[in-house]
Design a protein around this ligand. Structure first.
Ligand code: DOR
Ligand code: ZN
Length: 336
């Protein structure tokens, strides 16, 4: 087979991104909006997005920060014990609701304690067809947190057979296996979990810019994710979990979790898929699968990638990107 030197992506989407607020929003949102047609925007702000007014204000701030770039922000609410009336009012304003178990990651302190205590909210979401996105980690030993949470996904899927459940940023072989056990269970996978293992984070000198939640796991876990994604698993979408923090919060004692991948995500994905002779599967991962799973309709946008080296900038304002200063074998050629 001839090796492709170019690839057109139709309406690429990022189904999990952190835009933050204030100055950080102004720096990072345009970078995603440049190359993606749309993105699911996380609600873990301070305070979290828990009202329709907050959703609308945040959408407007994002549109203002990204204007002229033909980009659709898909909004989310932070999971809470919402009433039926609140959910009915929100249903056409949001794409999904994001659930954080309390305290598992950045700005999740106001997350849920007992998920099954919010049964009426989950039933109403099921009725209204609102997908539930979950940061699936327990408070156990750091390498076991996702595996320990899988029983909760399984129970949820059995108790709410019509609720669309997305296992966010999966990192383990067992999570990939669980995907096929329930028709209405889906997953997102990040770029960094396809590329790094715990060795890259802490095997040599500690690398704060590779520290994230869930933490990168073992080579066999990364391999299971890669195989599922490169084979074009239709229930897996790309979600970068691009999570910017200022340098001062990363290079310090008590480093914040989060890897900033958004600006170079598409060329790096093309490089990875190309290396595995799977470029034909990239369109599904970054657009066709999520459009089918979440029923989203982004405006037309075509991104032309080419096998031309590009250098990842050393920083974007106060934020250091993933693989800063390194060269990627692919680049963005044109955006229409
Ligand atoms: O590494 C992470 N950073 N994981 C998350 O789940 C949250 C994110 C953030 O908001 O910084
Ligand atoms: Zn996230």
């Amino acid at each position: 087979m001839n090796r492709l030197n170019e690839l057109n992506l139709d309406r690429p989407l990022d189904m999990h991104v952190h835009f933050r607020q204030g100055n950080m929003l102004q720096v990072v949102a345009p970078l995603t909006a440049e190359s993606f047609a749309g993105a699911i925007v996380m609600p873990n702000l301070v305070p979290p997005i828990r009202s329709l007014e907050a959703v609308q204000a945040y959408r407007e701030a994002i549109l203002k920060a990204t204007q002229g770039r033909n980009f659709t922000p898909f909004m989310t609410l932070f999971f809470w014990a919402y009433t039926d009336a609140e959910l009915e009012a929100a249903a056409d304003q949001i794409t999904a609701i994001k659930l954080y178990p309390a305290g598992v990651t950045t700005n999740s302190e106001e997350g849920i304690g007992d998920l099954f205590a919010a049964r009426t909210t989950l039933s109403a979401m099921e009725e209204l067809g609102i997908p539930l996105l979950i940061h699936g980690e327990t408070h156990g030993f750091v390498l076991d947190r996702e595996r320990e949470f899988l029983a909760t996904y399984d129970r949820l899927a059995r108790e709410f057979p019509r609720l669309k459940i997305v296992m966010e940023h999966i990192t383990t072989r067992e999570a990939v296996e669980l995907l096929d056990r329930h028709e209405h269970l889906y997953a997102t996978v990040t770029l960094h979990h396809l590329l790094i293992t715990l060795d890259d984070v802490a095997g040599g000198l500690l690398q704060p810019h590779l520290f994230c939640k869930p933490i990168a796991k073992r080579p066999e876990d990364r391999e299971a994710l890669l195989q599922a994604v490169l084979q074009g698993h239709p229930k897996i979408s790309f979600g970068s979990d691009s999570a910017p923090h200022p340098l001062s919060a990363k290079e310090c004692a008590g480093c914040a979790a989060g890897i900033f991948t958004a600006p170079h995500a598409l060329p790096m994905l093309a490089e990875l898929f190309d290396r595995h002779q799977a470029l034909d599967k990239l369109q599904g991962f970054v657009s066709d699968h999520p459009r089918a799973i979440y029923s989203v309709q982004p405006a037309p946008k075509t991104v032309r990638l080419s096998r031309t080296p590009s250098v990842i900038p050393p920083n974007y304002g106060e934020v250091i990107p993933f693989r800063a200063g390194q060269t990627c074998a692919w680049s963005i050629e044109d955006i229409q």
